[in-house]
Design a binder for this molecule. Structure first.
Ligand SMILES: [Zn+2]
Length: 284
């Protein structure tokens, strides 16, 4: 899933490409991907795009204070193509196409589409003052609020769970959660409440460092976000079986809450191989 670094860098590229463009059309192409009825997408036609930004994993298209905003969420397998010139074809998994005339008078379109079978990518047109799905989001990882939570919070859930919970902190998914725990040398099963002061500081630094590092790498991409696989910038996520970049021992994986966590037993769990909870439940 695209996380904060992928979405931030994508928002920056789209802003550079489209700021000052006029929206010519917003076409729903996928069943039920448009999550709002009012305002209608047509109400944005003819409006000037002032800015493309990001909040959590959402792209935010701003057309001015008095105009509706448009949000796009790519979910797990949603991707975005920049079409210059715009196409009329409807590729498999198409979600929506947004057509613009840019500041130079050239036609350009954004095609949102989804790989695989899940249909979770979505978009919203929000009336002024309506935060829609943004309302429920926790703070950004670079905020003081998040620092306070990590350094002094007594949340008893596992750190991995907390990092992925968008209501607690927004923008992190399982990829950067794996990388942050590895960097902080914490067990995937560690709970926040159990961490001492130095571990909490290490965790906060690690979360911010992996995101900053990821963003620097993502800024080297060009165009949209079209590639089906986006994992090339992770330090350890999904790299089980390969040598740990720190100690050289093989990385392992463990199934946890319906997905797999990559970790290094030597660096993160005192050499202990974690039991696969899902498997042990089945065996029992
Ligand atoms: Zn290691």
């Amino acid at each position: 899933m695209p996380e904060l670094p992928q979405m931030q860098a994508l928002a920056e590229r789209l802003d550079a490409e489209l700021r000052g463009a006029t929206l010519e059309g917003a076409e729903p192409l996928g069943f039920s991907a448009l999550k709002t009825v009012v305002p209608a997408p047509e109400s944005l036609v003819g409006k000037l795009l002032l800015r493309v930004g990001r909040r959590a994993k959402y792209l935010v298209f701003s057309f001015g204070d008095d105009a509706p905003r448009m949000l796009v969420h790519l979910s797990q397998a949603g991707r975005l193509d920049v079409e210059r010139p715009p196409k009329k074809t409807r590729a498999k998994g198409s979600v929506a196409r947004f057509r613009f005339r840019d500041a130079d008078g050239e036609d350009v379109a954004l095609l949102v589409r989804e790989y695989g079978h899940e249909r979770k990518a979505a978009w919203w047109v929000l009336a002024p003052g309506d935060d829609g799905p943004l309302e429920r989001l926790g703070p950004e990882p670079d905020s003081d609020e998040f620092a306070e939570l990590v350094l002094h919070g007594d949340d008893r859930r596992r750190v991995h769970t907390i990092l992925r919970d968008q209501r607690t902190v927004s923008g992190v998914g399982r990829g950067y959660a794996d990388d942050a725990l590895w960097r902080a040398q914490l067990s995937p099963y560690a709970s926040l409440a159990s961490l001492d002061e130095s571990q909490r500081t290490a965790l906060l630094d690690a979360v911010r460092a992996v995101l900053a590092n990821g963003l620097a790498l993502e800024r080297e991409r060009t165009g949209g976000l079209s590639q089906p696989k986006l994992g090339e910038h992770f330090e350890v996520h999904a790299r089980h079986g390969t040598p740990c970049p720190r100690c050289g021992e093989p990385m392992r994986r463990v199934s946890y809450e319906s997905h797999e966590v990559t970790y290094c037993p030597t660096c993160q769990t005192g050499g202990k191989v974690l039991a696969d909870r899902r498997m042990s439940r089945l065996v029992k």
